[in-house]
Design a protein around this ligand. Structure first.
Ligand code: AGP
Length: 616
């Protein structure tokens, strides 16, 4: 979950390290630190609990001088977010500094062993064993060779890691390696760079190199990067990635926060995703890497995801079952991974949905499905992410970098991507005729303009946010595909406003959650003009009878709902019931953001969370 950066070159390191960390902060932001090596071989660093902005202030005072350095932004796993537990961590001699993303599972055993050999530890982290192990190897078998010392240390580790290591004995040299946690490097005229992902590198390069597990890269100030594999053999053709977006895409560009920016980017994201997808052969999805016959043979689909991406899966299920008539199961990755009796058929296809492509539970599940003989197809946003690299086919949603922890544009783009998959499957197995596919595709093409209309109505969300003032709990209700809109709306509210929000299929409310309702209790009811509209209206009546304040999400012109609700978030008429969740959710994203802002919270970096959940 943490972010790692490193630089060695001809410039002072600290400025880029701090800027790089700021772009990686979405990975974790409870503490941060940097360490630089001066040309004369002195290690200087600062680290502190808190955000990169605090680190920047401390670094300015510390006047860190050095053209080689490493940096870290943390999401605490082992040890509280304190100055002492912040990275980098040093060895016992103060010569070797390490930053780490991942978890060292056998750290307690290693720590005991190192303590018995006289090593002293200053933090409660799992990471601190690593510099001490490198120190042991440096003085022993590696004989002053940093890359070899790192290799020796890694051979003792169990778990996951991306590491960047510097040593005052070899100023200018930086060694990086990975196992299970992502790491990319790039070479430029100004020097060589390393980072957890492409975000910080977009400002310095358009091409980056992806390290494979157990590769060790040695970066030098002239920009050269030598990569060796686990056996020490040079890696001749490492995988490269072209960054296809401008660095400005990851900047605020006039918006007050990334969530506002990303909510407003949704129409363009959907337009990009749909561009050139309807072709001569129907839906063009070459990424699937399956022949038409193989697609036609698919008899079961298992969708695996977490959080917001899981909600995408629920809507994908509705689309695939309706348009391709294939039974779909949607699983939480964290649950699926411990279900020992999971059943698949010979023609089961697995779809993993993950914005970041790095969610540990989802990756484990995908590997397990592959092990069970299934074709694994990934829907993701991040180019070259682990999910993409390990899948048989990948559909990139091309939503551009999503920085705010609360997922918004990735949610709607992933839903539309799953619609494309559903149409492709329906065409392949003969459930849908070409004309039907064209008609559904035309409906999807209307989504961007429908979204623009909702965005222009954000004042309704601002007004509705006031109804949450002084409240501690709320209920979100919807039926059919919009029970998922309720789940996702409630998740958004919970994660950024810390307000309890229970989401339920509206018809289930009377089986328990209705007991929550008392005078003034806020209920958000998603009640568009669909085949379950009147049923949901009855549920609204039941809430009102118990004193609830109801906020409706309804279709333009619905006077019945207007009369019942304290505030209506109006959605334009949609061409298909499956389009509604993609459009209506924009209101609930904006509602959550306004509630969070009214409460004075940082909407982009909610407490306790990180965007990329790389631990199980
Ligand atoms: C979304 O707002 C959340 N931050 C979270 O639920 C997220 O969707 C989940 O962690 C899965 O992430 P992924 O899509 O990157 O796998």
């Amino acid at each position: 979950m943490c972010g790692v950066v490193g630089y060695t070159g001809r410039n002072q390191a600290v400025d880029w390290l701090l800027d790089g960390l700021a772009t990686l902060e979405y990975r974790g932001y409870d503490s941060a630190g940097v360490q630089v090596v001066s040309s004369s071989g002195n290690l200087h660093g600062v680290k502190c609990a808190g955000r990169v902005a605090t680190l920047r202030e401390r670094a300015a005072v510390a006047n860190l001088n050095g053209t080689c350095g490493i940096g870290h932004t943390r999401w605490a796993t082992h040890g509280a977010p304190t100055d002492r537990n912040a990275h980098p961590h040093l060895d016992g001699t103060g010569r070797i500094a390490v930053v780490h993303n991942g978890i060292i599972e056998n750290y307690q055993e290693l720590r005991r062993e190192l303590m018995a050999a006289g090593h002293e530890f200053l933090s409660e982290t799992d990471t601190e064993v690593i510099p001490h192990l490198i120190q042991e190897a440096w003085n022993g078998p590696a004989k002053g060779d940093l890359a070899r010392a790192v290799r020796y240390a890694c051979d003792r580790l169990e778990g996951a890691w991306a590491l960047a290591v510097v040593c005052s004995e070899v100023p200018g040299q930086m060694v990086v390696t990975r196992n299970g946690s992502p790491l990319v490097v790039t070479s430029t005229e100004d020097g060589a760079y390393a980072a957890s992902d492409v975000m910080p590198l977009a400002s310095v390069a358009t091409q980056v190199t992806q390290l494979e597990d157990n590769d060790i890269a040695t970066l030098s100030p002239d920009g050269s990067i030598q990569i060796v594999d686990r056996n020490g053999a040079p890696v001749a053709n490492p995988a490269t990635l072209t960054i296809d977006w401008d660095a400005s895409a990851a900047r605020l560009g006039g918006y007050s926060d990334f969530m506002a920016k990303e909510i407003s980017e949704q129409p363009e994201a959907i337009e990009r995703l749909l561009k050139d997808r309807l072709g001569e052969h129907g839906i063009e999805l070459d990424e699937l890497s399956l022949t038409k016959a193989e697609l036609a043979a698919v008899d079961r689909i298992v969708i695996i995801a977490c959080g917001t991406s899981y909600h995408v899966g629920l809507i994908a299920k509705a689309a695939i079952e309706r348009w391709a008539r294939i039974p779909v199961a949607v699983e939480f990755a964290s649950e699926f991974n411990y279900d020992e009796n999971y059943l698949v058929t010979d023609h089961t296809m697995c779809v993993v949905i993950t914005q970041s492509g790095e969610t540990a539970d989802t990756l484990t599940a995908a590997r397990r499905m592959r092990g069970m003989g299934c074709t694994v197809f990934a829907i993701t946003n991040v180019l070259g992410s682990t999910a993409a690299r390990e899948s048989d086919g990948t559909l990139y949603i091309q939503a551009g970098p999503e920085v705010a922890v609360a997922s918004t544009k990735a949610y709607t783009a992933q839903i539309v991507a799953s619609f494309l998959l559903a149409l492709r499957l329906g065409l392949a197995n003969g459930t849908l005729a070409r004309e039907e596919v064209e008609r559904h595709f035309a409906d999807l093409e209307r989504i961007p303009d429908l979204m623009r209309e909702v965005l222009a109505r954000r004042w309704q969300d601002k007004q509705a946010a006031r109804l949450f003032q002084g409240k501690h709990s709320s209920l979100f209700l919807g039926r059919n595909v919009n029970s998922t809109t309720a789940y996702e709306g409630a998740l958004k509210l919970k994660e950024i406003s810390y307000l309890h929000a229970e989401a339920y299929p509206a018809g289930e409310m009377k089986h328990g959650p209705i007991a929550l309702i008392e005078g003034g209790f806020p209920v958000v009811a998603i009640v568009p003009a669909d085949h379950v509209h009147d049923k949901t209206v009855s549920n609204i009546e039941e809430c009102l009878a118990r004193g609830a304040v109801v906020i409706g999400v309804a279709t333009d012109g619905d006077e019945k709902v207007a009369k019942l609700c304290s505030q209506v978030l109006w959605v334009p008429q949609c061409p298909d019931e499956l389009v509604v969740p993609v459009v209506a959710i924009l209101h609930l994203q904006m509602l959550a953001r306004y509630v969070s802002r009214d409460r004075g919270y940082d909407v982009d970096k909610p407490r306790n969370l990180a965007k990329s959940v790389t631990v199980e």
